[in-house]
Design a protein around this ligand. Structure first.
Ligand code: FAD
Ligand code: UDP
Length: 380
């Protein structure tokens, strides 16, 4: 195929990692880059589209909130898009009551009447048992106490991970900030917002260079045999699949999404609401129009998306690495083998088997380009 022969570099995956590497190689190193993706769109999991009847931008794979403290990443992404000033807030429904999440002074005062100041909240948090912190459950109780754990964490985590929280690693709960003040924002990063003209426009702008070609609906393993020895491959697909699963399949969680247009202006009053009881079975509902309050929408319509979580089978989209000790042992074997390969670089969420936010995927792609690819492609 001509597009393969013409390329200096083949980038597998058009997610933010692949797009960043391709953009840098083409615009700075003057390389010809072919991006292949098995899906019918670029953007990876950060893809979005406009639902025609409501004019709402739907994030195909669940709400994607951009946030970073990394100046370099912020400067880089700002070349392709402007951001609105949306700051993410999440609410949790538990036994018919609405709470602010992450746990903050407001949440604590609802659960522990009488707690009304930052100091009282800090004293309360300090009073929770801190002895055995080696699993998710004990760590979570040490952070928020048993009452909050039973209201917001236990059932939600069981629905999300289908695993007893005592068998999950403690690190998972550390992703959730816990505050003693009334700050209800989900993230405290310096830079936060959503792309003004949507994710798709941003992603398209990253690959306008004519040295970049994009092949959608194309699986890398169908064209791999045609790649020449001197061509570089940047692979952002699942690392275990690259090696034919020879050391076993790495565990992932996947999500199922149910999207519907509802005939009301506002369904739940916020972009994301978590459902923290055993029933309903979904973990959260996204209502995307709240992410862009600056836009106009069709009156009397909104789009909601229910999110269900389960273990991923081989044919499901892998979303969150489960990362058991068995997974880590397999991963080390794959990594050792990957390190032996000369012209293939592994990156991104799937290629490294790591949960990466968008800013992390972009930062890691910029580092790969600066530390390895710029040199590897010099003089080719
Ligand atoms: P991906 O976006 O997964 O892209 C990889 C691409 O490779 C895919 O398009 C896939 O089709 C393609 N591919 C794989 N194998 C092959 C193959 N064999 N041949 C061809 N193509 C292949 N980040 C945030 O910053 N904020 C958020 O709010 C946020 N929410 C998220 C919610 C969910 C449900 C998920 C799953 C992720 C979320 N993220 C969020 C993370 C964000 O999606 C990732 O950081 C980003 O997608 C990483 O980009 P990537 O390029 O590594 O991978
Ligand atoms: N979590 C919870 N209840 C909530 C929100 C989060 O128990 O309402 C737990 C859950 O175990 C989750 C973890 O906190 O996996 C980290 O939260 P985050 O929002 O980062 O979850 P994600 O959806 O990204 O896994």
């Amino acid at each position: 195929m001509e597009w393969i022969r013409e390329a200096d570099v083949i980038v597998v995956g058009a997610g933010f990692f692949g797009l960043t590497v391709a953009e840098r190689l083409a615009s700075e190193s003057q390389k010809r880059v072919a991006i292949v993706d098995s899906r019918d769109h670029i953007g990876g999991n950060a893809h979005s589209y406009i639902e025609a009847s409501s004019q709402v931008e739907v994030h195909t794979y669940g709400s994607h909130l951009f946030h970073t403290n990394n100046e370099k990443v912020w400067k880089y992404v700002s070349k392709f898009t402007e951001f609105n000033n949306y700051q993410h807030r999440v609410f949790a429904i538990s036994r018919g009551e609405v709470f602010s999440l992450p746990v903050n002074l407001q949440t604590l005062s609802q659960l522990y009447p009488g707690i009304t100041t930052v100091e009282q909240a800090a004293q309360l948090l300090a009073s929770f048992p801190k002895d055995e912190l080696n699993n998710f459950e004990s760590k979570a109780i040490s952070l928020v106490g048993e009452i909050a754990y039973n209201r917001f964490i236990k059932n939600y985590t069981e629905k999300q991970w289908q695993t007893n929280p005592r068998d999950l690693p403690a690190e998972i709960i550390s992703r959730l900030p816990i505050r003693t003040n009334l700050d209800g924002r989900y993230f405290s990063d310096k830079y936060q917002g959503l792309p003004m003209d949507g994710y798709q426009k941003w992603q398209e702008k990253m690959v306008t260079d004519e040295k970049i070609s994009i092949q959608l609906n194309t699986d890398f393993f169908d064209i791999q045999s045609q790649i020449g020895k001197n061509q570089l491959v940047i692979y952002t697909g699942p690392i275990d699949r690259y090696f034919g699963y020879k050391y076993g399949v790495l565990g992932w969680r996947t999500l199922d999404f149910e999207t519907e247009v509802v005939e009301v202006d506002d369904y739940q009053g916020n972009s994301v609401v978590n459902y923290c009881d055993e029933i309903p079975e979904y973990t959260r509902i996204h209502e995307f129009k709240h992410l862009h309050p600056e836009r106009s929408y069709t009156a009397g319509k909104t789009v909601i998306m229910k999110e269900f979580s389960r273990f991923a089978g081989k044919t499901d989209d892998p979303y969150y690495p489960i990362n058991t000790s068995e997974d880590r042992a397999k991963l080390n074997k794959y990594r050792e083998e990957a390190a032996q390969l000369k012209n293939v670089y592994f990156g991104g969420r799937l290629g490294t088997y790591q949960y990466l936010d968008m800013h992390m995927a972009i930062a890691s792609a910029l580092s790969l380009y600066e530390n390895e690819l710029r040199l590897a492609t010099t003089g080719q």
